[in-house]
Design a protein around this ligand. Structure first.
Ligand code: NAP
Length: 396
């Protein structure tokens, strides 16, 4: 009989043998991706003695709007909260609706403050870099503050004009009249809880280093504070287990805390990727770096992700709805497959996740790939989403 995932006394997940897991299938290519992914997750769970998973399909996006008149029904948010761990396909942003983005709305409603993106190359996948096997990083990106807080006003609006006037009068801050204005709030609370999660993750997995990625040389009181709060947190809460890069000696087994300015970090991830492991960063840096790193492992179609809060997590393909391919059974399902594998690992089913990763690698090694990888592999004949999914199931 299936049951809900609950929280233990120390806030840890208690996962029943057969958990109920909500699934948002998503818009656009979402239904194609889910049809290919579900048998892989079910098959891997069964083969490693877990499950069966009781998938609970909950509506969101276009499908929900057609049936309920709402893009994000309250019953869906309630289910994501109640069952704690969920999987999600891509959701389009309603044009002209009152919602800025459904994905952002879910993150805000559930306070999923960390976007986690593991970036690891799968053998057999094409890559634009010479040594993709050196790429193995996990990005922790702050989800609720910085420029994604949505605090911006159009050029010439009364709000923008009032802010320009206020800042000029009170602080002598000069802004050209008629400018658009945006705010970039970053708090100690928001930064530290993200960095804390990343540090715990790194320590639990015995990662060699954690790098704070910031633009503090220019934005001293926002991005610079993120860096300072990171070092402060490491010393105050993880003092015995961490050491700064400057103080570390060769052979030190403690987690090394480094920091890098964001522009340099883009170069580092291309030239010296094996020197980096867990990365913690504010929102906008994380937004850019996540996709740049995804390119190194074959593109967005290969990149898994999760949005995580305290005791709640929504795993999701990192790309959008790819509307031009909707219903064509064409796109790469690996992003959702790997997000599902990442979710199984989060549930404590690392054996099932490992089976999936090996089966996908074997499928790629057999040169069975969708169009996006095929075009990077000298024009191999591509297979459909469903054929790729079947090939992975056969190799589990
Ligand atoms: P997109 O849906 O991510 O697609 C951009 C391009 O990425 C596609 O045209 C395709 O490239 C490639 N791509 C995406 N998914 C792929 C897959 N599974 N396999 C292979 N290639 C894949 O971005 P968009 O067109 O800018 O956004 C469309 C809608 O999605 C918007 O409404 C946006 O708001 C929303 N969105 C949602 C999420 C989310 O749900 N988390 C994230 C981003 C965007 P080629 O054209 O080169 O084949």
């Amino acid at each position: 009989m299936s049951d809900s995932i609950t929280l233990g006394a120390n806030g840890e997940l208690v996962v029943p043998r057969s958990p109920v897991i909500p699934i948002i299938v998503g818009d656009g290519v979402g239904p194609d991706l889910w049809a290919a992914t579900r048998p892989i997750l079910d098959g891997a769970a069964a083969k490693s003695g877990h499950g069966p998973i009781d998938w609970l399909e909950v509506p969101a996006g276009e499908i929900a709007h057609k049936t309920t008149g709402e893009y994000l029904p309250k019953s869906t948010l309630d289910a994501l909260r109640q069952y704690r761990v969920s999987l999600k396909g891509p959701l389009g942003t309603p044009v002209g609706g009152g919602i800025r983005s459904l994905n952002v709305a879910i993150r805000k409603e559930l306070d999923l403050y960390a976007c986690i993106r593991p970036v690891e190359w799968t053998p057999g996948a094409p890559s634009p870099v010479k040594s993709p096997e050196k790429v193995n990083m996990v990005i922790f990106r702050e989800n609720t503050e910085d420029v994604y807080a949505g605090l911006e006003w159009p050029a010439g609006s009364p709000e923008a004009e009032a802010l320009i006037g206020f800042a000029g009068e009170k602080f002598g801050a000069k802004m050209r009249p008629g400018s658009a204005v945006g705010l970039k709030p970053m708090s100690e609370f928001g930064s530290k809880r993200l960095i804390r999660l990343a540090m715990k993750w790194a320590l639990e997995r015995q990662a060699p280093s954690l790098t704070l990625v910031h633009k503090g040389n220019i934005m001293k009181y926002t991005e610079g504070a993120f860096r300072a709060w990171g070092y402060e947190l490491a010393e105050a809460e993880f003092g015995g287990q961490t050491v700064t890069e400057a103080a570390s000696q060769p052979g030190d087994k403690r987690l090394i805390i480094k920091d890098r300015i964001a522009d340099n970090m883009f170069m580092q991830t291309l030239l010296r990727p094996d020197e980096y492991s867990v990365l913690a960063m504010p929102n906008l840096n994380g937004d850019y770096l996540s996709d740049a790193l995804a390119a190194q492992i074959g593109g967005l179609g290969m990149a898994p992700g999760a949005n995580v809060g305290d005791g709640l997590a929504v795993f999701e393909a990192t790309h959008g709805t790819a509307p031009k391919y909707a219903g064509q059974d064409k796109v790469n399902p690996c992003s959702l497959i790997f997000s599902g594998a990442f979710m199984l690992e989060y549930l404590g089913w690392a054996d099932a996740a490992g089976l999936i990763r090996r089966a996908v690698a074997q499928t790629l090694a057999d040169k069975i790939v969708t169009y996006d990888l095929a075009r990077q592999m000298g024009g191999l004949p591509p297979v459909s989403t469903s054929a790729f999914g079947k090939a992975v199931v056969e190799r589990l």
